[in-house]
Design a protein around this ligand. Structure first.
Ligand code: C2E
Ligand code: CA
Ligand code: CA
Ligand code: CA
Length: 281
């Protein structure tokens, strides 16, 4: 073991080193950042694919870091999951997103009811405290339970834990909706679509990317849309970047979409502006 340890450190690799430093720095700063509410949310509009009418927003976390600039979630969510920081961090995201979106809704009463979509990581979903966090969030934000969507990845379902189904049904009883994020990228079987009370599928961007040039991708997405129809699930296509993709998805009967074509993730201020412009006069 000693020899192996020596061997590992024989060659100094600067890029690996700086990644480790970054990781350590972010990990070390997380406690304070959580205590100081030093995170920020961006809000990406979710629209109807056929007429681009606003349907809701997905909250996406950022970490404005003194030395590292705006750190994207890919660089710290896994760390937060490993350390357990994801529980207070996830609770903050839920609470903050629900408050803001519910405030916009009240400020623009003519806007049709908006969905507030929040990402929930696997560890956070398995935490027994989640239900209380959701109940408290709904109470304090005034957000209609039917407006809240929790986005889970397939990895949550793959563990075959009975607790997962119980938590989902308790959320359904509260009136909250459940979405499967990055749908199609996991390795789980489709049977979970019947097994769990799922409301919505978010088709991963990788399926949408080549949809205008690759007939197999078209067939796959069309298949997902048909399956969803039969099972009574709504579909959101992720990562729509151009008009051809939008038109094709609209033809397939895919109802909702999200992507840079419609809007990038926006600051709260920009999002409220977007909503204001989208609202019927
Ligand atoms: P996701 O949930 O699949 O979110 C969609 C990601 O795709 C976002 O990246 C968004 O900015 C990006 N995106 C949206 N439309 C387009 C497009 O048209 N083109 C391209 N190229 N990208 C697009 P972001 O904000 O960096 O988030 C990355 C991931 O981090 C999210 O993927 C989600 O898994 C995770 N994440 C973000 N916020 C949270 C959070 O509050 N909690 C947890 N647990 N995870 C989060
Ligand atoms: Ca998501
Ligand atoms: Ca996604
Ligand atoms: Ca994704």
């Amino acid at each position: 073991a000693k020899a192996a340890g020596k061997k590992r450190w024989r060659r100094f690799r600067p890029e690996l080193h700086s990644r480790l430093v970054a990781r350590h720095e972010l990990q070390a700063g997380m406690d304070t950042a959580i205590a100081d509410h030093a995170f920020a949310l961006r809000y990406q509009p979710i629209v109807q694919v056929d007429d681009t009418a606003l349907a809701g927003f997905e909250a996406l976390i950022r970490w404005p870091h003194a030395r590292r600039g705006m750190v994207p979630p890919d660089q710290f969510i896994t760390l937060a999951e490993e350390s357990g920081h994801i529980m207070p961090l996830g609770a903050w995201v839920l609470d903050h997103a629900a408050r803001e979106i519910s405030r916009w809704q009240r400020a623009h009463p003519r806007t049709p009811p908006l969905r507030a979509s929040v990402n929930v990581s696997a560890r956070q979903f398995r935490d027994p405290g989640l239900l209380d966090v959701v109940r408290r969030t709904l109470r304090s934000s005034g957000l209609a339970p039917g407006s809240l969507v929790l986005e889970l990845t397939e990895s949550v379902l793959m563990h075959g834990d009975v607790q997962i189904g119980t938590t989902m049904r308790a959320l359904k009883d509260l009136g909250v909706s459940i979405a499967i994020d990055d749908f199609g990228t996991g390795f789980s079987s489709l049977s979970y679509l019947r097994e769990f009370p799922i409301d919505l599928l978010k088709v991963d961007k990788t399926f949408i990317d080549d949809i205008t040039t690759d007939r197999q991708q078209v067939a796959l997405v069309e298949g997902i849309v048909r399956i969803a129809e039969v099972l009574g699930l709504q579909v959101v296509a992720e990562g729509i970047e151009n008009e051809d993709q939008r038109a094709l998805l609209a033809d397939m009967g895919c109802r909702y979409g999200q992507g840079f074509l419609f809007a990038r993730p926006l600051t709260a201020h920009q999002a409220e502006d977007f909503l204001h412009r989208a609202a019927p006069a």
